[in-house]
Design a protein around this ligand. Structure first.
Ligand code: ZN
Length: 430
């Protein structure tokens, strides 16, 4: 009996001592990705030899210079990452370059890069497409003739913008023509900048059109406007600074008719009402109010017209080229025209018989007029004595010395916050 127990113990010890072969990462197997519009994106990888110490999925979205790193907990022989695109929408026609990164000890292994196209594959959208010049038009249902027409309008618009800006499109454009309002707004998702009948995502080189958005001539005009934005994006792309919004929009509006004459009257009547907007005020964003926003477009278009009339079409290309080289707005305007931005603005307002609008000074904050209830008198204890300040301070400096550094520190802190806010605002501009 005892001998039997001993034998069992020895067998158990031997079993425990035999090392179980640990699964070791031996490289990546196959990688796959699929997506359902408005549902999810799923990325999978096979790990035939086992999982590495650390695993991450690297995602690069079209139009972005940055890589999103997603740490993923692997299973024994595979790993999966699912993104809920209903909760975190992605614009359709976004291509996503992806690869897996394994870190095993000191060794880093990358899987080959592949691409997933996140397309609008909602049921009932039987997309068909045709290539027309630099544009690929996509349509469904019975919209082929209109879609092809928009393709040729976009080709003309692109050619005109390329000639003006002295730069070719950097790549093809995709135009998606939607038949129904629901389908169209379903593609834009929340937060998309939309025009009534079209929305453009220059970084994706993609234009979405809704056939019900207006008359056919309105839609043609809109197509010209939107294609001009894509060419302008190509011409000015740089990692430092987005060109002034009034110039970008002004050029797109001017391009609709190759003229701003239709916008003169609105600017003139705003000038008569002393309501013109300073260009510095419409550099980052346009007013929210409809009337003021329209005026911002009108001023941009008429300024572009004035630059062309005074300095020639070549000035527009030179301004855009300066932006691409990383110039600020004032530097770019001067590079194209030879005069300073302030001189340019002054000449513009003078042509409408008004002085340049001046900045509104913030009103001073007056002392509080709130009647405070009687405050209890501070008890005269040792702790409130000036000795609370740093012992290195001379006694004569009294209690004040303690809070001066505190105020300076608080001031620095506020400066940092303000700078961060300003930097973030710049970053967030479209
Ligand atoms: Zn626009």
């Amino acid at each position: 009996m005892r001998r039997g127990l001993l034998l069992a113990a020895i067998v158990l010890a031997v079993i425990v001592a035999i090392p179980i072969p640990a699964a070791a990462f031996s490289g990546f197997g196959s990688t796959t990705a699929d997506a359902t519009y408005g549902g999810r994106m799923r990325f999978t990888v096979q790990l035939p030899g086992g999982s590495p110490d650390q695993l991450a999925l690297l995602l690069r979205f079209a139009g972005s210079d940055s890589t999103v790193v997603v740490p993923v907990d692997p299973g024994p022989l595979s790993a999966e990452f699912v993104r809920d695109t209903a909760a975190e929408p992605i614009t359709p026609n976004t291509s996503i370059a992806y690869r897996w990164r394994a870190t095993n000890g000191e060794e880093v292994t990358l899987s080959p890069e592949k691409t997933l196209l996140y397309d609008d594959d909602r049921p009932g959208l039987d997309w068909r497409s045709a290539r027309i010049a630099a544009a690929t038009v996509h349509w469904y249902g019975g919209a082929e003739a209109q879609a092809r027409h928009f393709g040729s309008v976009s080709a003309d618009a692109a050619a005109a913008a390329e000639t003006l800006l002295g730069h070719d499109l950097a790549g093809p454009i995709d135009i998606f023509v939607y038949d129904s309002r629901n389908d169209f707004f379903g593609a834009l998702g929340p937060g998309a900048r939309e025009w009534t009948g079209a929305a453009t995502f220059p970084a994706l080189r993609t234009i979405f059109m809704w056939l019900g958005g207006g008359s056919s001539s309105y839609l043609e005009t809109t197509m010209t406007h939107e294609v001009t934005h894509v060419v302008f994006q190509d011409v000015t792309a740089n990692p430092f600074h987005d060109p002034a919004k009034w110039f970008n929009e002004g050029l797109a509006v001017w391009s609709e008719q190759q003229s701003a004459s239709g916008h003169e009257a609105a600017v003139r009547s705003a000038a008569d009402a002393s309501a013109l907007l300073a260009f510095d005020g419409i550099t980052e964003s346009f007013p929210i109010g409809d009337q003021a926003a329209r005026l911002a477009y009108d001023e941009g278009a008429t300024m572009v017209q004035m630059v062309i009339n005074t300095y020639g079409r070549g000035a527009i290309a030179a301004i855009a080229a300066a932006w691409q080289d990383g110039a600020g707005d004032a530097e770019a305007l001067e590079a194209g025209t030879g005069v300073t931005a302030d001189q340019l603005y002054d000449a513009y307002f003078a042509s409408y018989g008004v002085a340049a609008p001046t900045a509104v000074e913030p009103a001073p904050i007056l002392p509080s007029n709130v009647d405070r209830p009687p405050q209890p008198a501070a008890p005269a204890t040792e702790s409130s004595a000036p000795s609370a300040s740093s012992s290195r301070q001379p006694a004569e400096s009294g209690g004040g010395a303690g809070w001066i550094p505190a105020v300076i520190v608080a001031g620095l802190g506020m400066g940092v916050v303000v700078a961060l806010v300003a930097a973030r605002r710049r970053h967030a501009s479209p």
